[in-house]
Each structure stands twice: as structure tokens, then as C-alpha cells.
Design a protein. Structure first.
Length: 167
């Protein structure tokens, strides 16, 4: 069973999972020196998750081929808190390390969000940055409800290429 759709045991099922994160954060530099800075972060991650399953099945009694499908989605804003440190290197290069975390347990849902990054950026202009780095992001959610029990462990880790603009 997926949603209201019963999928036959021998059906070939196609699945699709989409995931988007939009972040808006405010940083306050509580320690600022010429070659390093430490900041506290407060913000929101708006997370969009969607899962789809589809199958083409043949009903033997009726000799009919039919495509059945269903989808489920969750769109949730999640607040995050974090720390960020930047350290200046020669020739307008900077090392940037940050971590964000949030955990929540309410109404049968228990989960957390974690995002850790380290990067090397170059500031050719005061307002423009270009960089490369590594990002480790994960969301874990346990659901224990009357009609549904489940767990989501979603993570990605890997290189990033980015630009930044300051004002």
C-alpha cells in the first residue's frame, strides 16, 4: 500500500524522490578581528520533500493494463542555530567553517537537522566571493503515529562550488 494505492507484489515500481532546501539566515559576529571572525547564526531552512511511486499493472481477470501512482509530500520550515568561523589567509583567501543544528520532538515526530561545511574562498572584491569546499548535510525523522510508523534518514556529503555576495 502506498497512500490509497495498492501495488501488486509482482509489479515493477518506479520511484522518484525530490528534495529541496531553501535557507535564510542571520549572522551576528560576536568576535571580529582583522584576520578572523566568529559568528552565531539564527535562521530557517524551508525543506520540501516529495516521494512518488508508479507502476504499470495488468489485471488478469479483465486483460487491462493500467498505470497506477500516488505521491506524498512534506513541506516544512525548520529553524536552525549555528556557529561560523572565518580565518584570513594571504591574497584575499579565507577559510570558512560552519555548523548548523536543530532538533525537535512533538506530536509523534522526532527529528534533527545537521549541516556542516568547510570551504576555501577567494574575495576578489569586498562584496564578491568564489569558493570550493565540502558539505555534510543530514535530516533524521522518526514518526510514531497511530496510523503510521516510519523513519527518514536523508544525508548528502560531497564537494561544493559557490559564489557569495555581501552587502
Amino acid at each position: 500500500m502506498w497512500g490509497d494505492v495498492a501495488l501488486p507484489i509482482d509489479a515493477k515500481v518506479n520511484g522518484e524522490f525530490t528534495f529541496s532546501i531553501h535557507e535564510l539566515a542571520y549572522e551576528y559576529a560576536f568576535l571580529h578581528r582583522d584576520h578572523y571572525e566568529l559568528s552565531a547564526t539564527l535562521g530557517m531552512h524551508y525543506t520540501e520533500l516529495e516521494a512518488k511511486l508508479a507502476a504499470t499493472v495488468t489485471l488478469p481477470e479483465q486483460d487491462i493494463t493500467e498505470r497506477i501512482s500516488d505521491s506524498a509530500s512534506v513541506d516544512e520550515p525548520l529553524p536552525v542555530i549555528g556557529l561560523r568561523g572565518t580565518w584570513g589567509l594571504p591574497h584575499n583567501f579565507w577559510i570558512d567553517a560552519s555548523g548548523q543544528f536543530f532538533a525537535l520532538s512533538t506530536g509523534g515526530y522526532d527529528g534533527n537537522l545537521q549541516d556542516y561545511k568547510v570551504a576555501l574562498s577567494w574575495q576578489p572584491k569586498k562584496w564578491l566571493g568564489l569558493g570550493i569546499g565540502y558539505d555534510s548535510f543530514s535530516i533524521t525523522v522518526d514518526v510514531d503515529r497511530r496510523k503510521f510508523n516510519g523513519k527518514l534518514d536523508w544525508s548528502y556529503r560531497g564537494p561544493i562550488v559557490f559564489y557569495s555576495a555581501s552587502f
